[in-house]
Design a protein. Structure first.
Length: 146
Protein backbone atom coordinates (compact mmCIF):
# COMPACT_ATOMS: atom_id res chain seq x y z
CA UNK A 1 0.00 0.00 0.00
CA UNK A 2 1.50 3.37 -0.98
CA UNK A 3 2.25 5.92 1.73
CA UNK A 4 1.14 9.46 0.93
CA UNK A 5 2.67 12.56 2.41
CA UNK A 6 0.61 14.86 4.65
CA UNK A 7 0.92 17.57 2.01
CA UNK A 8 -0.66 15.34 -0.64
CA UNK A 9 -3.48 14.24 1.68
CA UNK A 10 -4.12 17.88 2.69
CA UNK A 11 -4.43 18.94 -0.97
CA UNK A 12 -6.76 16.01 -1.66
CA UNK A 13 -9.01 16.91 1.28
CA UNK A 14 -9.08 20.57 0.21
CA UNK A 15 -10.09 19.56 -3.31
CA UNK A 16 -12.85 17.32 -1.93
CA UNK A 17 -14.09 20.19 0.25
CA UNK A 18 -14.22 22.55 -2.73
CA UNK A 19 -16.06 19.92 -4.78
CA UNK A 20 -18.69 19.49 -2.04
CA UNK A 21 -19.01 23.26 -1.71
CA UNK A 22 -19.55 23.73 -5.46
CA UNK A 23 -22.05 20.85 -5.60
CA UNK A 24 -23.88 22.33 -2.59
CA UNK A 25 -24.27 25.74 -4.22
CA UNK A 26 -25.23 24.20 -7.56
CA UNK A 27 -27.90 22.08 -5.81
CA UNK A 28 -29.25 25.02 -3.83
CA UNK A 29 -29.44 27.33 -6.86
CA UNK A 30 -31.08 24.60 -8.94
CA UNK A 31 -33.52 23.96 -6.07
CA UNK A 32 -34.41 27.66 -5.97
CA UNK A 33 -35.07 27.58 -9.71
CA UNK A 34 -37.21 24.49 -9.04
CA UNK A 35 -39.59 26.61 -6.96
CA UNK A 36 -40.67 28.27 -10.20
CA UNK A 37 -40.21 25.36 -12.63
CA UNK A 38 -42.30 22.25 -11.96
CA UNK A 39 -39.71 19.92 -13.50
CA UNK A 40 -37.01 20.59 -10.88
CA UNK A 41 -37.58 19.05 -7.44
CA UNK A 42 -36.81 21.70 -4.82
CA UNK A 43 -36.81 19.60 -1.65
CA UNK A 44 -34.32 16.88 -2.72
CA UNK A 45 -31.97 19.53 -4.10
CA UNK A 46 -32.10 21.55 -0.86
CA UNK A 47 -31.44 18.36 1.12
CA UNK A 48 -28.49 17.55 -1.15
CA UNK A 49 -27.15 21.07 -0.62
CA UNK A 50 -27.44 20.66 3.16
CA UNK A 51 -25.53 17.37 3.00
CA UNK A 52 -22.81 18.88 0.79
CA UNK A 53 -22.47 21.90 3.07
CA UNK A 54 -22.24 19.60 6.11
CA UNK A 55 -19.19 18.02 4.46
CA UNK A 56 -17.57 21.29 3.36
CA UNK A 57 -18.58 24.39 5.32
CA UNK A 58 -19.94 24.78 8.83
CA UNK A 59 -20.85 28.38 8.03
CA UNK A 60 -22.98 27.58 4.96
CA UNK A 61 -24.52 24.51 6.60
CA UNK A 62 -25.58 26.57 9.63
CA UNK A 63 -26.88 29.33 7.37
CA UNK A 64 -28.98 26.85 5.38
CA UNK A 65 -30.41 25.13 8.46
CA UNK A 66 -31.33 28.47 10.00
CA UNK A 67 -32.72 29.92 6.75
CA UNK A 68 -36.32 31.17 6.92
CA UNK A 69 -37.53 29.13 3.93
CA UNK A 70 -35.07 26.25 3.56
CA UNK A 71 -34.46 25.51 7.25
CA UNK A 72 -37.90 23.95 7.86
CA UNK A 73 -37.43 21.61 4.88
CA UNK A 74 -34.20 20.27 6.36
CA UNK A 75 -35.52 20.13 9.93
CA UNK A 76 -38.64 18.25 8.84
CA UNK A 77 -36.49 15.72 6.98
CA UNK A 78 -34.05 15.23 9.88
CA UNK A 79 -36.73 14.85 12.54
CA UNK A 80 -38.26 11.45 13.06
CA UNK A 81 -41.68 13.00 13.64
CA UNK A 82 -42.76 12.58 10.02
CA UNK A 83 -44.17 15.12 7.62
CA UNK A 84 -47.43 17.04 7.80
CA UNK A 85 -50.26 15.35 5.87
CA UNK A 86 -51.05 18.61 4.07
CA UNK A 87 -47.45 18.93 2.85
CA UNK A 88 -47.34 15.30 1.72
CA UNK A 89 -50.58 15.61 -0.23
CA UNK A 90 -49.48 18.89 -1.78
CA UNK A 91 -46.16 17.34 -2.85
CA UNK A 92 -47.94 14.42 -4.51
CA UNK A 93 -50.41 16.69 -6.34
CA UNK A 94 -47.75 19.09 -7.63
CA UNK A 95 -45.43 16.25 -8.60
CA UNK A 96 -48.13 14.57 -10.71
CA UNK A 97 -49.19 17.92 -12.20
CA UNK A 98 -45.60 18.62 -13.22
CA UNK A 99 -45.22 15.14 -14.65
CA UNK A 100 -48.49 15.44 -16.58
CA UNK A 101 -47.26 18.69 -18.13
CA UNK A 102 -43.93 17.04 -18.99
CA UNK A 103 -45.66 14.02 -20.53
CA UNK A 104 -47.85 16.32 -22.61
CA UNK A 105 -44.92 18.47 -23.79
CA UNK A 106 -42.48 15.63 -24.55
CA UNK A 107 -45.01 13.18 -26.06
CA UNK A 108 -42.62 10.22 -26.12
CA UNK A 109 -43.66 6.79 -24.90
CA UNK A 110 -40.29 6.08 -23.22
CA UNK A 111 -40.46 9.41 -21.34
CA UNK A 112 -44.07 8.72 -20.33
CA UNK A 113 -43.19 5.26 -19.01
CA UNK A 114 -40.17 6.63 -17.14
CA UNK A 115 -42.09 9.53 -15.58
CA UNK A 116 -45.01 7.32 -14.53
CA UNK A 117 -42.62 4.80 -12.99
CA UNK A 118 -40.73 7.51 -11.08
CA UNK A 119 -44.01 9.11 -10.03
CA UNK A 120 -45.34 5.80 -8.69
CA UNK A 121 -42.12 5.15 -6.76
CA UNK A 122 -42.05 8.63 -5.21
CA UNK A 123 -45.77 8.50 -4.40
CA UNK A 124 -45.33 5.12 -2.71
CA UNK A 125 -42.39 6.47 -0.72
CA UNK A 126 -44.32 9.57 0.38
CA UNK A 127 -47.39 7.55 1.36
CA UNK A 128 -45.25 5.28 3.54
CA UNK A 129 -43.65 8.14 5.50
CA UNK A 130 -44.96 8.69 9.02
CA UNK A 131 -47.36 11.61 9.36
CA UNK A 132 -46.96 14.40 11.88
CA UNK A 133 -50.10 15.98 13.26
CA UNK A 134 -50.91 19.50 12.09
CA UNK A 135 -51.57 20.57 15.70
CA UNK A 136 -47.89 19.95 16.52
CA UNK A 137 -46.89 22.44 13.81
CA UNK A 138 -49.21 25.08 15.25
CA UNK A 139 -47.90 24.48 18.79
CA UNK A 140 -44.29 24.81 17.56
CA UNK A 141 -45.09 28.08 15.78
CA UNK A 142 -46.69 29.49 18.96
CA UNK A 143 -43.60 28.46 20.99
CA UNK A 144 -41.33 30.26 18.50
CA UNK A 145 -43.43 33.43 18.67
CA UNK A 146 -43.31 33.52 22.48
Amino acid sequence: MPVFSDHYVGKLMQGKRILYLMLGWFSLITGIIGIFLPLLPTTPLVLLAAWCFSKSSVRFHTWLIEHKFFGPIINDWQSSDGIPKKARNRAIIFMWAGMAISIFIVSRIWATIGLVFIGLCVTTYLLRLPLRSESKNIAEEKDEEA
